[in-house]
Design a protein around this ligand. Structure first.
Ligand SMILES: NC(=O)c1ccc[n+]([C@@H]2O[C@H](COP(=O)([O-])OP(=O)(O)OC[C@H]3O[C@@H](n4cnc5c(N)ncnc54)[C@H](OP(=O)(O)O)[C@@H]3O)[C@@H](O)[C@H]2O)c1
Length: 169
């Protein structure tokens, strides 16, 4: 299993405001959809509730982390820890593929940063107001391996980072 973050962050590491995204970048949404299609997505309860209509996206297995053991939503598997999310993921990789995506939000990104093999970071070259942040990347731990620059509707890049440590799942 390969564990990846997929995230869009501003120059000042903002990823969200009022439980929504602070920008609308159609090509980034397409990037997210294409990458995660038919894959497992792990997310915090707040990110799950921020999905359009508060409902699961089609063609993906949703694993939702919450401290509330009674939390239950149609189309989602609920777990009560990140560890449990990883254990649950392993049961489904034969159907949904070996790459498992952690899709947010801030709390879950922070808690899993040291665990991921790979990061897909859409870096938006602007300071943006927000209330939720992506953690600062330590350049000693992560190496940038890809950079694709974009300009529409504003300047941003699709960046890929690999964790220089080895994590095997
Ligand atoms: N730009 C991006 O790429 C991106 C991606 C995803 C999300 N976002 C944005 O990020 C924001 C949401 O992020 P967030 O940090 O507020 O929330 P979050 O990480 O999505 O979810 C937080 C919730 O996860 C549960 N949780 C966290 N740690 C846990 C643990 N160790 N064990 C069990 N449960 C745990 C708790 O749920 P309970 O309260 O139910 O216990 C907690 O309230 C929104 O604005 C969203 O739009 C942005």
């Amino acid at each position: 299993m390969i564990l990846s973050h997929i995230v869009a962050a501003s120059e000042n590491n903002v990823i969200g405001i009022n439980n929504t995204l602070p920008w609308h970048i159609p090509e980034d949404l397409k990037f997210f959809k294409d990458k995660t299609n038919n894959h497992i997505m792990i997310m915090g309860r707040k990110t799950f509730e921020s999905l359009p209509g508060g409902k699961p996206l089609p063609n993906r297995l949703h694993i939702v982390i919450t401290r509330n053991p009674g939390y239950s939503k149609p189309g989602a598997i609920t777990v009560t820890s990140l560890n449990q999310a990883l254990e649950e993921s392993k049961k489904h990789t034969s159907k949904y593929g070996d790459e498992v995506f952690i899709i947010g939000g801030g709390e879950i990104f922070k808690q899993s940063l040291d665990l991921v093999n790979k990061i897909y970071l859409t870096r938006i070259y602007k300071n943006i107001d927000g209330d939720t942040f992506y953690p600062e990347l330590n350049e000693d731990s992560f190496k940038q391996t890809e950079k694709i620059d974009k300009t529409d509707p504003l300047e941003y890049s699709f960046l890929t980072y690999l964790n220089l440590g080895t994590h095997q799942y």
